[in-house]
Ligand binder design. Structure first.
Ligand code: PEP
Ligand code: MN
Length: 266
């Protein structure tokens, strides 16, 4: 069985000339200085294609930092003006979509907790009707390929053709080296169902550990995934969210430099 998705190639909406394609930036926008300084250092590496930042953070439990909110969109705008990097944020409600689009965000993504809820995905899809913006859909927190496919279909049915999937691994109750089990076969199954759909790997949320990011990134490239989304922070040790998995822009550049790209077949 093949999915009937209407997809435009990745190079119609993101600069794919840099190899590998990397989207990077902080888990969360915290302060204007943190975001803009991180963006400058990332841009200076010359290795990234877009700047990510969480503005609204879906925390599993209450009582923790839930994102800086709309003001962060202004900081992202400044980061983009000063570095030229296109910007990407997570949206979880119709209001997030409206605000992000109004602020000129270039790429939207649906987070893993949202993908697990068809009502949420449909609300986001409805807010995207008539809009031409790239959207990336993370896998749901649980290893349910149908939920992932269903979310991609809902967004695509709303008219979004600049579409990609993000593989960020799956929750498990078992103890493991990883924060979220990669379960590569789920991503491979998606690729089999929709060969034209780009899949971007998120080694940060798979590993939960900056020391394993290079290893998982290499594995993703070896499986022909089309890009990487890696969290970075000017000073990861003091990050307000996901501190253990964020890397400095310099460490990111080093990880990228050590990745081996697959050679075209001869
Ligand atoms: C994130 O990208 O910071 C995030 C919250 O990720 P996920 O939806 O994969 O948990
Ligand atoms: Mn994060």
């Amino acid at each position: 069985m093949k999915l009937n998705l209407n997809i435009q190639p990745l190079n119609t909406w993101i600069k794919t000339g840099k190899e590998p394609l990397v989207i990077s930036g902080p888990c969360s926008a915290e302060t204007e200085e943190q975001l803009v300084a991180t963006a400058h250092l990332l841009a200076q590496t010359g290795k990234i294609s877009a700047l990510r930042a969480g503005i609204w953070k879906p925390r599993t439990r209450p009582g923790e930092f839930e994102g800086i909110g709309s003001i962060g969109l202004e900081w992202l705008k400044r980061a983009k003006e000063e570095t030229g990097l296109p910007t990407a944020v997570e949206v979880a409600t119709a209001k997030h979509v409206e605000e992000a689009l109004k602020a000129g965000v270039d790429i939207l993504w649906v987070g893993a907790r949202s993908t697990a809820n068809p009502f949420t995905v449909q609300e986001i899809a409805d807010a995207l009707k008539g809009v031409d913006v790239p959207v990336m859909v993370k896998n749901p927190v649980n290893p349910d390929l149908s939920l992932w496919v269903g979310a991609l279909e809902r967004i695509n049915n709303a008219g979004i053709t600049k579409l990609a999937a993000i593989h960020r691994g799956f929750s498990s109750y078992e103890k493991s080296a990883f924060r979220n089990e990669p379960m590569w076969d789920v991503a491979i199954s998606l690729k089999t169902l929709a060969p034209e759909l780009p899949i971007i790997n998120d080694p940060s949320h798979i590993t939960g550990n900056r020391d394993l990011i290079g290893y998982i990134s290499q594995k993703a490239l070896d499986l022909d995934m089309q890009g990487l989304m890696i969290e970075s922070h000017i000073d990861p040790s003091v990050a307000w969210t996901d501190a253990k998995q964020q890397v400095t822009p310099a460490a990111l550049a080093d990880i990228i430099d050590h990745l081996a790209l697959r050679k075209p077949e001869v």
